[in-house]
Design a protein around this ligand. Structure first.
Ligand code: G16
Length: 541
């Protein structure tokens, strides 16, 4: 094929370091930026094949999200704005790992297996975060797309969820602009909050930590559409600090402390985005200086409660379910199941898994504890809500509830977790319910918990089962964890290899912070000793 000759020629400009093996992980490829040029070129090729196969626009996002600034990464976005299908993740790894001389063979193999009609038109859209390496890496993606004779549109600097949304709109409405995105979400927010009570607790000012990333730039753009109905004080806007360094959602969640660079007063409502603005966590400090984190679990609880109440008030019969991962705080799961009487499903880490599980319900609220999540409404549920919202024959009380629900649906980016849209939704719920951040926090009390990382020679030696809650290999590790957990009250712990960083993650929770810290440390030692730890032995906290 003539296109393949061009691939052969151009691929020499994007050579693969011999022997380098990378895996399409939790959220695409992630590693040091200097090892990614060939991967980007090849993901440009793969996006074209996926586009030809699905006869739809496909997205390619250049980002490493929460990882340090020197890393980078890439993920593919499927036609409805969701993460690329699992089989295609395997093709992505196959193509990225093919040695230079095997590349055409590998490409041909995918074309054959998927019976792709190469004469079909393709369309790829590309976005990138603010990392210094992202611009040149996205040029490598363009090269890949072009040498298969296809077109691309470069959205330039966008958040990951914005690109997901653009893919969805391109494939459903035929066009998409950032302005459409801002208009849709801000209008829904303004409708939702227009009659909100002015409540003493519900201060309008929100302090935002932009992680020195793309979220900060895009929040500034969004603000222009909010008619001053949300007053934002933006910190870590990227003008001086380094991306994700001592700031951002991942730092705040894992360290359980405020980011550097934010000036927060007692009781002030604050939130942090991550490096590509697909995660958000909230927090405040109380009068004795104690830091309170409202993570993805608390966000899921706030949103689920709001939706359940509105659904009941509107007289609709829709099942609201929550989807979590093993990282969900035990208290949140108990609250959702016992107090809210909701179905709770646990999946493996990675929003692709949560998203699929949430699709099985009328309303699926999915959030990872790290603040990555959204709400999915089934097509039938959405239709019922829109129809009822238009109906003239309902009581005023029902009308009020259904209009709130209708605007809530419009405010949510259903393609993927979106810090900007989640932030507007949380702000709207607090305003409508007249709640302050402390009222929200008081819904349930988190069990003290700790997350740690351990470096091992090869993290693939750890395999897990039961939605990553139990270890299968190496032998003896799960037994060791079970014995350690049994020493503490209300304790739980699990370990899993990260799919975005070269580490093993450890999670522990228990009745006190001292116990959670001690358990996390002891489990890290077990991992270090039984799974080939490298470097210094983990020290107590
Ligand atoms: C990505 C995924 C998340 C996942 C996180 C950590 O987040 O999208 O679903 O929770 O990585 O994954 P792991 O523990 O496997 O490293 P982000 O915000 O970095 O794209």
């Amino acid at each position: 094929m003539a296109e393949f000759e061009e691939v052969s020629r151009k691929s020499k400009l994007h050579p693969k370091p011999t022997g380098l093996k990378l895996q399409y992980g939790t959220a695409g490829f992630r590693t040091t930026a200097k090892h990614l040029d060939h991967v980007m070129f090849r993901m440009g090729l793969l996006a074209v094949l996926r586009s030809k196969k699905t006869r739809s626009t496909i997205g390619v996002m250049v980002t490493a999200s929460h990882n340090p600034e020197d890393d980078n990464g890439v993920k593919l976005i499927d036609p409805m704005g969701e993460m690329v299908a699992l089989t295609w993740e395997e093709y992505a790894s196959q193509l990225a790992n093919a040695e230079q001389e095997e590349l055409l063979h590998s490409l041909n193999d995918i074309v054959k297996k998927e019976t792709i009609d190469m004469s079909q038109e393709a369309r790829v859209i590309v976005g990138r975060d603010t990392r210094p390496s992202s611009e040149s890496l996205s040029r490598a993606v363009f090269d890949g797309v072009q040498c298969l004779g296809s077109h691309f549109h470069d959205y330039g600097l966008v958040t990951t969820p914005q690109l997901h949304y653009m893919v969805y709109c391109q494939n459903t409405q035929g066009s998409a602009t950032l302005e459409d995105y801002y208009k849709k979400h801000s209008q829904a927010f303004l409708h939702l909050t227009k009659n909100a009570p002015v409540h003493a607790n519900a201060q309008r000012r929100l302090l935002v930590d932009g992680a020195n990333g793309i979220g900060a730039l895009k929040l500034r753009e969004l603000e222009a559409f909010l008619q001053k109905q949300l007053l934002v004080a933006l910190f870590n806007d990227g003008s001086t600090g380094k991306l994700n360094h001592l700031c951002g959602a991942d730092y705040v969640k894992v360290q359980q402390k405020p980011p550097q660079g934010i000036q927060m007063e007692v009781g002030e409502r604050c939130c942090s985005f991550d490096g590509d603005a697909d995660r958000i966590v909230y927090y405040y400090t109380n009068s004795d200086g104690h830091f309170h984190l409202l993570d993805g679990d608390k966000i899921a609880t706030l949103i689920s409660t709001f939706l359940k109440e509105l659904i009941t008030e509107a007289g609709l019969d829709l099942q609201v379910a929550a989807v979590q991962t093993a990282y969900a705080n035990g208290s949140s799961t108990r609250f959702l199941e016992d107090t809210m009487k909701m179905t709770v499903v646990c999946t493996k880490t990675g929003v692709k898994h949560l998203h699929h599980a949430a699709q099985k319900f009328d309303v699926g609220v999915y959030f990872e504890a790290n603040g990555h999540g959204t709400v999915l409404f089934s097509r039938a549920a959405e239709e019922q809500i829109h129809q009822l919202a238009k109906s003239p024959d309902i009581t005023n009380e029902k009308k009020h509830a259904i209009q709130l629900l209708d605007n809530t649906v419009n405010l949510i980016n259903q393609t993927v977790g979106d810090a900007l849209s989640d932030m507007l939704l949380i702000e709207a719920v607090l305003a409508v319910r007249g709640m302050g951040v402390q009222d929200w926090d008081a819904m349930y009390t988190d069990l003290p918990n700790r997350q740690l990382k351990v470096k091992v020679a090869d993290r693939r030696v750890i395999s897990t089962t039961d939605a990553e809650r139990r270890v299968v290999s190496p032998a003896g590790l799960q037994e060791a964890i079970d014995k350690l957990v049994a020493k503490y009250q209300q304790a739980r712990s699990f370990v899993r290899p990260s799919g975005t960083e070269d580490v093993v993650r450890i999670y522990a929770e228990a009745d006190t912070q001292e116990s959670a810290d001690a358990l996390a440390h002891e489990v890290s030692l077990a991992v270090y000793n039984l799974a080939g730890g490298v470097g210094e032995e983990p020290k107590p906290l």
